[in-house]
Design a binder for this molecule. Sequence first.
Ligand SMILES: Cc1ncc(COP(=O)(O)O)c(C=O)c1O
Length: 465
Amino acid sequence: MSDSDTSSHPRPIAASAWRADTIVLHAGYNGHDHQRSAAVPIYQTTSFLFENAQQGADLFDLEEEGHIYARTGNPTQSVLEERVALLEGGTAALAVASGMAAIDMAFATLAQAGDHVVIASQLYGGTQNLIAHVLKARGISSTLLPRDQWSQLHQSFTAHTKAVFVESVANPSGDVADLELITRQAHAHGIAVIVDNTSATPLLVRPFDHGADIVVHSATKYIGGHGTAVGGLIVDGGRFDWAAQRERYPQFSTPEPAFHHFVITEKFPDFPFAARARTIALRNSGATLAAHTAFLLLQGLETLALRLDRVSSNTHELLDVLVQHPEVSSVSHVALTSHPDHASARRYLRGGHVPGLISFELQGGRDAARRFYDALRLFQRLVNIGDSKSLAAIPAETTHHLLSDEELRHAGISPGLVRLSVGIEHPEDLVADLRQALQHAAPAPHHPTERTTIITPALALEEQA
Ligand SMILES: Cc1ncc(COP(=O)(O)O)c(C=O)c1O
């Protein structure tokens, strides 16, 4: 990377003809510019040298591009940002300390006291908690919209609505958002749409292709993919016309007192959202991604395409077991024809892949779920998703335990719902562990009860495409 490349500025991403499998390995880095280091180096430094006083002043005035101080960026982080921005088809990205930091900063970049946001009812519990309580305490109100009301989304809008927030593939329900239905209505009112693409990854869903304006990620999940690093990203789609919506979003097209009185849309026309997120939200919150963590996330990202192939095929194997098992009362996954989003999945999921999140309930409810859970030997009992290793959680007792009963109902989470995050182990070992744990779900002695819910068999999306 040349001097002009090692920038703490949010930078535009050069168009690339590479496929995703190649981008994850090569984009944004040339070892010849880094002491011929083949691997992306960890820039373990807080600060970057100035040649002289003039250069320091120029860097601060954005007359010259370059890193200054690692709170707002460093060269290891820049490579991660460039790779993810390219994968998503955005114009720039900002890597931050966690997925929650990315979501919080995305809202902070758009909304302030007196504003309003509309959110899907099926979201990661931490996001729901942030919006329902933390944003509320900051004076930002929200409307939670159940999935069956998305066609009337526009009725929730007010003059102060600043964003619609959805997950492309929801955690834990696995529901696939009808992004075009959502973005069409939001854009008709000049409102930006933020999509959390964590559970899908850009290899399964590219929200910008369907009208989204901002994408956020918990890189902790599939991007890192090894359960070793917490991080997040905000990606700017670069197409939302903030200046045209000046009344709703004056912060983008009026002089910004917190940043040199620059007009963000004039100074950074290609990626104003990423620029504002970096120069205001990140600079002032300081929720910075450490260089070492950026390195770990880059290592994980290299194998994303390979991992998702195996996750997808393993998911089909496990679904086949679950839908036929007498102890299982319901299974939720978009690969099943019974899933209400099966059609959306066929429309939005790319590459013949299916997401690796499976939710299911047992005939014996919560007690059976606990027996099943405690009997797992290979699936790890913890709260994370997107690891190479297969994981299991009971969301109502963990990730979503802060939600009210009504919020849980809207999120499609019953007390006994089990969430699996499918990893890349050998499928037969996963199936064996699932089967033996399901045996333990029944109260001893084992009398399988009659099934109450009709479940249709798993259907490979790729066979239908
Ligand atoms: C869909 C989704 N978004 C955001 C987050 C928050 O990410 P992090 O834990 O990296 O802060 C999570 C965490 O589980 C998640 O599942």
